[in-house]
Design a protein around this ligand. Structure first.
Ligand SMILES: *[C@@H]1O[C@H](CO)[C@@H](O)[C@H](O)[C@H]1NC(C)=O
Ligand SMILES: *[C@@H]1O[C@H](CO)[C@@H](O)[C@H](O)[C@H]1NC(C)=O
Ligand SMILES: *[C@@H]1O[C@H](CO)[C@@H](O)[C@H](O)[C@H]1NC(C)=O
Length: 367
């Protein structure tokens, strides 16, 4: 916006200078020329000052907005295919246990477009290389905790998970682990409300920001506050608290910002993810209060407000959404016992979506 105004100012100056000179060539008198010059100057000055109030105009005029079309700023079309997954029954489902828990495996679909992206299910060693020396924070509710489980399982193996399960699943507590082997620090921050996330983000220092920050909160809010408008307001506050950390954070009010997309152009140097809500299967929820308040309609309201809050990249914000709703819906009702927490396959897919997004963003593979 600022650049656009400066360029327009220069253009205006040229017009003011050269149009009257051109007209002088048409044998206008000196006085008439002066009159034209003033009239033009005033018109353009008024125009330039009014322009910021007409957001559609600068997007046509300002080259900085035109060169990278918003849709391609972040991707890498491949980012939009990251969620193109399919689930299958585990091949070893003869096993009674795994059959009972509805054991599923997942993979990316095999369409040509998706194949071109060369997504990969990272093996332990690849994930270790990728996360070597980094600080990963996952903050949120039980959905976030399940993502931590999948991530640790990938990096450390399932025996390790079994050994820490007690600590990790202590109700409503934080968990922190340093994986010595690869110097990775992983923090789980128990943050069931967006306000808790905001508190965490505002406690971070500019020079000490996680390399990867994955967060999300909605379910507790829906159950205990049950007001989508207030949810959006809390998301706005979170967004405003994230702004100082973003490389391009000038002139944003978190409100009616028209330049939302370009504002976060450089956000990809920070790796920020939002854990979307799962698909809630109302009839399976385990209390009457949940069945009443966590309806499909309310989920849609909450999702709409999430979009409107401009927190997500899809709406010009800094966070890439992990569409748990889609992933859990694809897995289906057999993948959940309580209509809310799903099988490991869902969160495992989410973890691989994070890792492949990191690969894309750090240009570590051709695409
Ligand atoms: C992690 O990186 C360090 C150097 O940055 C290297 O010495 C070490 O071998 C790496 N570890 C793994 C598991 O990749
Ligand atoms: C999260 O926020 C809620 C509501 O503001 C508050 O009651 C709770 O103590 C907070 N929890 C944590 C862990 O900060
Ligand atoms: C939701 O919250 C907003 C803002 O605080 C308030 O104006 C509105 O009345 C609330 N809606 C309901 C249904 O309570």
């Amino acid at each position: 916006m600022m650049i656009g105004a400066v360029q327009l100012g220069l253009l205006a100056a040229c017009v003011v200078l050269f149009v009257p000179m051109g007209m002088a060539g048409w044998h206008l008198s000196r006085n008439k020329m002066l009159f034209f010059s003033c009239a033009l100057f005033i018109t353009l000055a008024v125009g330039v000052h009014l322009m910021p109030y007409f957001p559609s105009i600068p997007s046509f005029l300002s080259p900085s907005d035109v060169i990278p079309p918003p849709a391609t700023i972040y991707s890498d079309a491949c980012v939009s295919f990251l969620h193109s997954v399919v689930y299958r029954e585990c091949s070893d489902s003869i096993d009674e246990d795994s059959h009972e828990s509805g054991c599923k495996s997942w993979d990316w679909i095999r369409s040509d477009q998706v194949k071109e992206c060369e997504f990969q299910k990272l093996k332990n060693s690849d994930a270790s290389d990728l996360l070597n020396g980094s600080w990963v924070v996952v903050a949120g509710d039980s959905q976030a905790r399940l993502i931590v489980v999948s991530l640790l399982e990938l990096v450390m193996g399932s025996e390790y998970i079994d050994s820490i399960r007690g600590d990790l699943f202590k109700r409503h507590s934080d968990y922190s682990v340093i994986v010595n082997k690869i110097g990775m620090k992983l923090d789980f921050v128990w943050a069931p409300y967006v306000g808790n996330l905001t508190k965490f983000v505002s406690s971070l220092k500019q020079n000490n920001f996680p390399d990867v920050l994955v967060m999300g909160a909605a379910l507790w809010d829906m159950l205990h506050v049950n007001n989508a408008t207030e949810y959006r307001n809390s998301l706005r506050v979170l967004r405003n608290n994230l702004l100082p950390f973003l490389p391009v954070s000038s002139n944003s009010d978190g409100g009616n910002g028209g330049g939302g997309v370009s504002e976060f152009k450089s956000a990809r140097s920070l790796h920020l993810f939002w854990i979307g809500m799962p698909t809630l299967i109302t009839s399976m929820l385990n209390t009457a209060e949940k069945r009443e308040k966590m309806s499909e309609a309310m989920c849609s309201f909450y999702d709409d407000e999430l979009y409107r809050s401009k927190l997500l990249r899809q709406s010009g914000g800094p966070l890439l959404k992990l569409d748990i709703r889609l992933l859990s819906d694809l897995c289906g009702p057999h993948c959940t016992a309580d209509g809310m927490h799903y099988n490991a396959a869902v969160y495992d897919a989410a973890v691989h979506i994070i890792l492949n997004a990191l690969l894309i963003e750090s240009n570590q593979k051709p695409h």
